[in-house]
Write a protein that binds this ligand. Structure first.
Ligand SMILES: [Zn+2]
Length: 304
């Protein structure tokens, strides 16, 4: 009896240890996964402007950010969109519809106000090797939430928002034009953050440069890039990001920093950052799966 009991105790201990080991492994995998998710959720240039919560106006309502500051009554289409957002069912149905409907040609026909924009101005390249030109000047349109965009992209942006809303989606412009000074402030805040974490000034600068675009090299300084987010009281992030991913090109916008081009753009996946390039370029880039850097090379390789 005695040795038998001893053996069963031993087996129990082994089983307990194995279970403990498995639990430990699961915990480690969980912690590592959370860490990497957080890492990718951070964006090199947008970390500070990606909201945890929907943007709120002083009235406590999420502002769509897209109705020109001094425009009149909402259009019939916008009113319909508002009604649709009231039922979740309508939203789900509309989303399915939205992803399958409409081509660039349809959109162009429905929105003659967009015009054909294929000038060099909308193909300007700004990244860490190509700063914003010193003499770059912008004519702005103010959005209703105080953000600003280059007036030339405004009609296309409004058309895209009108259509998204007509499918029951609630989205808003989180960030439009950003001055070089604002970009510098983001950088300074980031450096200070690392210094407070105990790093030396030089180390803090090195880290900050991995996460924030150096002033003068952020596309937001062009006024033709915007960050679009979901009002989470109505729409979830993925619904908005997926719709934009599938439809924005029809209005001349491209997802500037896609997941599969990180090694070329040098910037983490940013499903909210859209850049205007004009309808022709946007369609070609979408069809050929090229990011802006690749597309410009393609254009110069194929120039007469
Ligand atoms: Zn952005």
């Amino acid at each position: 009896m005695k040795p038998k009991r001893k053996r069963s105790t031993l087996i129990l201990i082994i089983v307990a240890e194995v279970l403990l080991l498995i639990a430990g492994c699961v915990l480690i995998v969980y912690i590592l996964k959370r860490h990497s998710d957080n890492y990718y959720a951070q964006s090199i240039e947008d970390e500070y402007i990606y909201p945890e919560q929907p943007y709120e106006t002083e009235d406590g309502f999420a502002d769509d950010g897209l109705t020109e500051a001094e425009t009149e009554e909402p259009t019939e289409e916008q009113t319909t969109a508002t009604t649709q957002t009231e039922t979740t069912e309508a939203t789900t149905e509309a989303t399915t519809e939205a992803t399958t409907e409409g081509t660039t040609t349809d959109v162009a026909a429905a929105h003659p106000e967009i015009g054909v924009n294929d000038g060099d101005w909308c193909l300007i390249l700004v990244n860490k090797d190509n700063p914003v030109p010193e003499d770059y000047s912008i004519e702005f349109t103010d959005l209703s939430n105080g953000k600003q965009v280059d007036s030339r992209i405004y009609p296309a942006l409004q058309a895209m928002f009108d259509d998204a809303r007509s499918y029951g989606m609630d989205l808003f412009v989180r960030e439009g034009y950003r001055t070089s000074d604002e970009q510098q402030r983001l950088m300074d805040e980031r450096i200070e953050y690392y210094e407070n974490e105990g790093y030396s000034y030089d180390e803090a600068v090195d880290f900050a440069h991995q996460y924030v675009a150096v002033p003068g090299t952020s596309e937001h300084e062009l006024g033709i890039s915007i960050d679009i987010n979901a009002n989470n009281e109505v729409s979830d992030d993925d619904t908005i990001y997926n719709w934009l991913d599938e439809n924005a090109y029809k209005y001349g916008f491209i997802k500037r920093y896609p997941e599969n081009k990180i090694d070329i753009t040098g910037i983490n996946n940013e499903p909210w950052h859209y850049r205007y390039v004009g309808q022709k370029a946007a369609k070609e880039m979408k069809d050929m799966d090229l990011c802006l850097e690749e597309y410009l090379t393609y254009l110069s390789d194929n120039a007469e």
